[in-house]
Design a protein around this ligand. Structure first.
Ligand code: ASP
Length: 344
């Protein structure tokens, strides 16, 4: 079955029929969220060395997953409200149109590799919680403590300052008041998508999710069509930001579908962001003027090698690696953020 699909995906006739003609000798390109420059750089190296596009993006994001200083992903990620790090990740491979994902996974620094294992070694797409952990262990992944001292301290500050109606007292010396917004929930994720020289696409999204979340909360990152979607005939897209908003709008799938209709990647990202805004009806998720009180970003690449990224609010940067080098570019946006406004 898999070889049949692969053969279909590689057939030039099928590719030529798509709205973005693909050619032999496609120029490889990798894009990622703003924290992903090491990932795009590594992914390009892997592809240049003859590595597969799926392995390339996963090796890329592994750098960020293993980085204890990135508090939004993998090892060192901010924990749930109980102080336990729970990770979400998904991968999707264009040539076979297969995907794998894990959610609420504890103890493994590189959830993207476990997601790849789900794709390659099971007939399923998504494993969660204890089952995902046992699956990882069976496949030889090391089970370790992922809560670093830094992340633990941040979590403790949150516990001590998020309410003045409990018995926890914030340290007096740092002047933090209860409810200090700098200790409220934070988002953060890495999404990385690539197109190789044969016109094949792959993507990965990996995260520790919303900080201090309710244990078991799953965001958009491990949900195919939400935090990630790849169609080898069209393009790849992924997201970061408020996962709940992306889930209820099937964000990444929608971006790819807009590209299928002929929109360029940046326009497709903006169109789906606008839909998210239009669907955002709850006052508690709106500013006084009705605009969203949160941010979402999409990153997209199409089969022709065009790419783009956009956010609800201005100020987002994303990483790009191609034959012009490795760099950060500014994303498009729907609304200009006032100076010093913190949205994400
Ligand atoms: N989208 C992720 C989630 O909701 C978090 C983020 O990207 O910041 O879990």
């Amino acid at each position: 079955m898999r070889s049949t699909l692969a053969a279909t995906a590689a057939a030039p006739a099928a590719l030529a029929a798509s709205n973005t003609a693909v050619q032999q000798g496609q120029r490889p390109i990798v894009i990622s969220s703003g924290n992903g420059l090491p990932a795009t750089t590594r992914a390009m190296e892997v592809m240049a060395g003859g590595g597969d596009v799926m392995d390339a993006v996963i090796e890329g994001v592994n750098i960020v997953e293993r980085d204890p200083d990135d508090h939004s992903v993998g090892y060192g990620g901010l924990p749930n409200e109980d102080g336990v790090v729970e990770l979400d990740s998904s991968v999707m491979y264009g040539p076979t149109h297969r995907a794998g994902a894990v959610a609420s996974l504890q103890g493994v620094k590189t959830p993207s590799r476990v997601a790849q294992m789900v794709m390659n070694r099971t007939d399923h797409v998504l494993l969660v919680g204890e089952g995902a952990r046992r699956f990882a262990k069976a496949h030889g992944f090391k089970i370790e403590e992922l809560l670093t001292d830094d992340a633990r301290r941040e979590w403790l500050k949150w516990k001590e300052t998020h309410s003045d109606r409990d018995d926890r007292l914030a340290p007096t010396h740092d002047g933090q008041a209860a409810g200090d917004p700098s200790y409220l929930f934070t988002y953060g994720t890495i999404n990385c998508n690539a197109l190789d020289q044969n016109g094949n696409l792959a993507g990965v999204t990996t995260t520790s999710g919303l900080s201090y979340k309710i244990p078991g909360r799953v965001g958009d990152s491990p949900l195919i069509g939400c935090g990630l979607y790849v169609d080898n005939e069209v393009g790849a897209a992924g997201s970061t930001g408020r996962g709940e908003a992306v889930i209820i709008n099937n964000g990444s799938f929608s971006v790819v579908e807009h590209m299928r209709q002929g929109m360029e990647p940046q326009a497709a990202c903006l169109a789906v962001l606008q839909r998210i805004v239009d669907h955002n009806k709850l006052a508690r998720l709106q500013k006084e003027d009705g605009r969203p009180d949160f941010n979402v970003s999409f990153y997209a690449i199409n089969k022709a090698g065009q790419y783009g990224a956009a956010s609800v609010w201005s100020g987002m940067e994303f990483a790009v690696s191609d034959d012009r080098g490795h760099r950060k570019e500014k994303g498009a946006y729907l609304f200009k953020r006032k100076q010093r406004e913190n949205q994400e």
